[in-house]
Write a protein that binds this ligand. Structure first.
Ligand code: B1M
Length: 216
């Protein structure tokens, strides 16, 4: 197989042997970010399709996710870092009940490489933990990720909780993850979050652009 296809295949098959060597070769041809976005994420998409249609079982999805994480960790030192720092602090979490963190961690990498301080508190985080971290680190914004449909409900509850505590005007919120839609966030949730700021980011780059806008 050609290198690109072989790399995507490694994600689908959860095949780690020889991964670093292939990544090294790929790095001579394209940027680390392009390897992630244009090759590895395509593999992850195939995994999602196969799992969704019942052609792949969960333990294999987990293996694919592990290879994806290994690849991202290997590529991270090769990513460009933009000049400047101190653009702001954001607390990032995957919401309560949700373990998916590959996307959240990509957002972390992209923001960290572009001048933000990211406090990544991990997966399955209840709103209390998110708000405690935001207070403790004097965050300028809160980012919540979630991939399950039920996580969209949790996000809504989290915003309601922020509103109830009067914290909506203090922390702008960015939401992301595959189960969300732009209209759900920008129409439904925004209506609920009156007096606060809630934004949708389709991917890590939109997340960065959004943060740059929110912070100015
Ligand atoms: Co799960 N899973 N999974 N899974 N999994 C999905 C999400 C699913 C769509 C698969 C499917 O059915 N086709 C489905 C959800 C269905 C639904 O809710 N309607 C699903 C399911 C059902 C489940 C379980 C319930 C399965 C089970 O146990 N029976 C279970 C849930 C456990 C739980 O959370 N409580 C489960 C478990 C797992 C694994 C553990 C095996 C593994 C996760 C490993 C890990 O993350 N450490 C896993 C995986 C890998 C997937 C798929 C295949 C891939 C997800 C992924 O990493 N994509 C996924 C299929 C899919 O998404 N279509 C699926 C790559 C990643 C980069 O994309 O996270 O979307 P994503 O991030 C994007 C954007 O969304 C955005 O930026 C990123 C790109 O730049 N973004 C943000 C994300 N967060 C952001 C935050 C921001 C801004 C942008 O600001 C804060």
């Amino acid at each position: 197989l050609p290198l690109d296809e072989r790399l995507a295949r490694r994600i689908v098959d959860g095949e780690r042997n020889g991964l670093e060597a292939d990544l090294d070769t790929a790095l001579t041809q394209r940027s680390a970010l392009s390897i992630i976005n244009d090759i590895l994420l395509e593999g992850m998409k195939t995994v999602g399709d196969l799992f969704g249609s019942g052609q792949m079982q969960l333990p294999f999805v987990l293996q694919s996710a592990e290879v994806m994480k290994t690849a991202v960790a290997y590529l991270e030192p090769h990513m460009e870092r933009a000049e400047g720092e101190g653009k702001g602090t954001i607390v990032l979490a995957t919401v309560k009940g949700d373990v998916h963190d590959i996307g959240k961690n990509l957002v972390d990498i992209i923001l960290s490489n572009n001048g933000y301080t990211v406090v990544n508190i991990g997966i399955k985080q209840p709103i209390n933990a998110i708000l405690d971290a935001a207070e403790e680190h004097r965050a300028d914004a809160i980012g919540m990720s979630g991939l399950l449909v039920k996580s969209t409900v949790i996000m809504k509850e989290n915003l309601a909780e922020m509103l109830a505590r009067g914290l909506h005007s203090r922390f702008p919120v960015m939401l992301g993850g595959a189960a969300l839609t732009r209209s759900f966030v920008e129409d439904d949730l925004r209506d609920l979050f009156e007096g606060g700021e809630v934004h949708y980011a389709r991917d890590a780059f939109e997340g960065l652009a959004l943060m740059d806008k929110v912070m100015t």
